[in-house]
Design a binder for this molecule. Sequence first.
Ligand SMILES: [Zn+2]
Length: 92
Amino acid sequence: MQKHIAVIKYTFKPSGRVLYIVKGVHHDYITTRHFCTCYDYNFRKKKEGCAHMQALSEAIESNKYEEFMLDDEEYSQIFKYELYDVLREEPR
Ligand SMILES: [Zn+2]
């Protein structure tokens, strides 16, 4: 059974910088194909990566993500917000 995990792609103008956010059950994570800000990825170090990395790969392959265009000025604000969301998480 595959849980639906929403993926959001932010593209920043004019730099073209891209940020993927994977929305988990309780938190949002900053995820790339090789890195994720979640607890699972950083502490359990599963060889196949975490559920968010898998969700991101699937989303990119099937083009199933929400896409937003933002100004470069908003990058650090979004980045900080998402990081703050993750760092509030209590270790399980
Ligand atoms: Zn993750």
